[in-house]
Design a protein around this ligand. Structure first.
Ligand code: SF4
Ligand code: SF4
Length: 72
């Protein structure tokens, strides 16, 4: 299901708590990748917590690492 890029969804995105969410992403205030494009930061995959995210549950997302693949 397509995820709307809304402030409400951004507030509920838990990317900020993810070990993969690095300083570059934080500096650029990046998140809600499932509704947006992938990150333009360089990063090492350190795990993905999208599976625990309420946004993922609401929109029945089944993929991971949206920061790498971008929105569906
Ligand atoms: S599914 Fe992942 S990218 Fe999408 S809002 Fe949740 S934590 Fe962020
Ligand atoms: S998309 Fe997944 S891996 Fe990337 S920052 Fe969000 S929770 Fe972490």
């Amino acid at each position: 299901m397509k995820v709307p890029d809304t402030k409400d969804n951004l507030m509920r995105c838990i990317c900020m708590n993810c070990p993969t969410h690095n300083d570059c992403m934080k500096e650029r205030k990046q998140g809600l990748f499932c509704a947006r494009t992938k990150s333009d930061c360089e990063f090492e995959k350190q795990g993905c917590i999208c599976g625990e995210c309420p946004v993922a549950a609401d929109y029945r997302l089944s993929r991971m690492y949206y920061c790498e693949i971008g929105g569906e």
